[in-house]
Design a protein around this ligand. Structure first.
Ligand SMILES: NC(=O)c1ccc[n+]([C@@H]2O[C@H](COP(=O)([O-])OP(=O)(O)OC[C@H]3O[C@@H](n4cnc5c(N)ncnc54)[C@H](O)[C@@H]3O)[C@@H](O)[C@H]2O)c1
Length: 319
């Protein structure tokens, strides 16, 4: 009987799916320290993984391991070289992890465009009548140009939402054909710098790779419009944090929304935490009841399907 480790607690719906399946044994592992993972994981045939880092040193001890099922679509917390070399399959939640992040991007854009924190504080602080002359920075989304960097699952959900707001959508993704982007109502941009110069809003939905790390630096921000904003819900480090802080302080760009950080949680003295021109959230783009329930169910279903030999190919990461 396959033994499955649920590494980091997931929504109860997924846990129940595994607990109620008599063909599997499972254990929840909440202590994500390397010491604990290295001692516990060798006993398991499969792992579901939310937070927690699974490096080669841990994997070397896991001689029975056949599959890791990620709760999410990013897999920068797993040593994929080791998985590839040892033919351990990596699965992701390919069908359930894009709606909430795309809504989160809209939430961040609207939060900035409407200056919502300022409004909220004004009402609470008895300044209801005095805000009307102070909101000149707020802007409509109608006819604004958004550059979606990374036109995968999230990018494709985001474009629909942006078109609903009557925005003009550009997409930069060297790996997606022009006709695919056009079929969604977007315009393909071949040159990132051209897109950065044109856009009012830049949103990143790319994986963290050697190619995307520091994709947006100060030099790139200097190409952007002074009133433009950057939203990054992908992974920390794709937008250089130090450069972003400088660009905001020097008014090179207008604002930013960050759900992800180079170090998570960020250090208390990270200057971005004090920068009033940024909207922040704690890597929470998927934190809705619907998304967390669907992701946990898909994570577990993927592992069940793997052991029962009926896995949907879209869930397998090509390593
Ligand atoms: N904040 C969160 O909670 C959260 C939730 C979901 C996903 N994410 C992150 O968002 C990323 C994207 O998610 P997805 O489901 O859309 O992934 P996806 O794999 O469906 O799409 C990623 C797209 O990025 C493109 N891409 C790769 N390298 C690129 C580059 N250098 N320049 C431009 N485009 C490039 C790929 O061609 C692909 O189309 C994930 O890898 C994950 O790290 C974060």
């Amino acid at each position: 009987m396959p033994k499955i480790a649920i590494v980091d607690k997931i929504h109860q719906d997924g846990i129940n799916l595994l607990k109620n399946n008599s063909k599997f044994e499972c254990e929840i592992i909440e202590d994500l320290s390397k010491k604990n993972l290295i001692s516990k994981l060798p006993a398991f045939d499969g792992i579901t993984l939310r937070r927690g880092k699974i490096d080669a040193e841990i994997l070397e001890k896991c001689k029975k391991l056949k599959v890791i099922s990620r709760h999410g679509v990013g897999f920068d917390n797993v040593d994929i070289k080791y998985l590839k070399k040892n033919n351990i399959k990596l699965l992701v939640t390919s069908t359930t992890t894009s709606v909430s992040p795309s809504e989160h991007i809209m939430f961040m854009i609207l939060n900035i465009s409407k200056g919502i924190d300022f409004f909220d504080k004004a009402v609470r602080n008895g300044k209801f009548g005095s805000v009307m002359h102070m909101t000149h920075n707020n802007f409509e989304l109608l006819n604004k140009k958004i550059l979606i960097i990374g036109f995968g699952r999230i990018g494709k959900k985001l474009i629909k939402r942006c078109l609903g707001f009557e925005m003009k959508v550009y997409a930069y993704d060297p790996y997606v054909e022009k006709n695919v982007i056009e079929s969604f109502g977007g315009i393909k941009i071949d040159n990132l710098e051209e897109g950065l110069r044109e856009a009012d809003i830049i949103s990143l939905s790319v994986p963290l790779t050697k190619e995307t790390q520091n994709l947006i630096t100060l030099e790139k921000m200097e190409m952007m419009k002074k009133n433009s904003i950057i939203i990054n819900i992908s992974r920390g480090g794709i937008v250089n944090e130090k450069d972003l802080n400088e660009a905001l302080n020097k008014k090179i760009i207008y604002g930013a929304g960050l759900d992800v950080f180079e170090k998570e949680p960020p250090d208390n003295n990270n200057p971005l935490l004090k920068n009033k021109r940024i909207v922040l959230s704690p890597h929470a783009a998927t934190f809705t009841q619907e998304c967390l329930s669907k992701m946990s169910t898909e994570t577990v279903q993927n592992i069940i399907d793997f052991f029962e030999g009926r896995l949907n190919n879209n869930s397998i990461v090509k390593l």
